[in-house]
Design a protein around this ligand. Sequence first.
Ligand SMILES: Cc1cc2nc3c(=O)[nH]c(=O)nc-3n(C[C@H](O)[C@H](O)[C@H](O)COP(=O)(O)O)c2cc1C
Length: 212
Amino acid sequence: MKEFTEVQIKTLEEIILHRRDVRGNRFLDKKVPQDVLDKIVYAGVNAPSVGFSQPWEFVLIDDQEVKKKVKASFDKENKKGGNQFEGEKADKYKQLKLEGIIEAPINMAVFYKPSNSPTLGQTTIEEAGVYSVVCAIQNMWLMARALNVGLGWVSIIDPNKVKKILNAPDDRQLIGYLCLGYVDKFYDNPELERLNWEKRKDTSDVVKFNGY
Ligand SMILES: Cc1cc2nc3c(=O)[nH]c(=O)nc-3n(C[C@H](O)[C@H](O)[C@H](O)COP(=O)(O)O)c2cc1C
């Protein structure tokens, strides 16, 4: 049985605490070597999955023309998103940089591929398949951080438009659109906290014992 040392445990804690969502204003125009990308994807495919179904597919994108099409979907959805806020929040929203599609040298679309036969463990909670893909994304986010590669998750895009842009088969579901690349800096705390958009909740407010 493998046991981890105090130093390794501390390292994992540091990676978790220093993982950040990275937007376009931080990405550098510096190629991410293939072996680094391979390590990130390897972390993804080693995530847990319901019934060991591994229902994920990863589309790596470095073509500027493809990125521009995805960015156009972001621009449209971001405008609609911003309109849902009022007053001071609406003004603040406009100042936020919420993606790095063009600036990041690599984009990655992560898809859920549903199975056409029953999957062990997924027979009651259908969403467990999608949760598995989210586990893969989190694994990649942490591995990217360990490799000093920034990753930003963009969800303000029309998933069906992105599917079309990438020629994804009909049954696939877009789970995450990620922007990856080296950065000029990683912040110590979330950008949305630094910009006074949201505060971190107290752990004691979200943990209950033996029920609510
Ligand atoms: C499912 C998901 C979707 C997200 N979508 C976006 C997004 O569209 N744009 C963005 O700027 N950040 C997005 N984020 C990043 C969050 O804003 C970020 O994780 C949060 O503010 C905490 O910051 P941190 O990741 O640096 O700790 C997303 C994060 C998750 C988990």
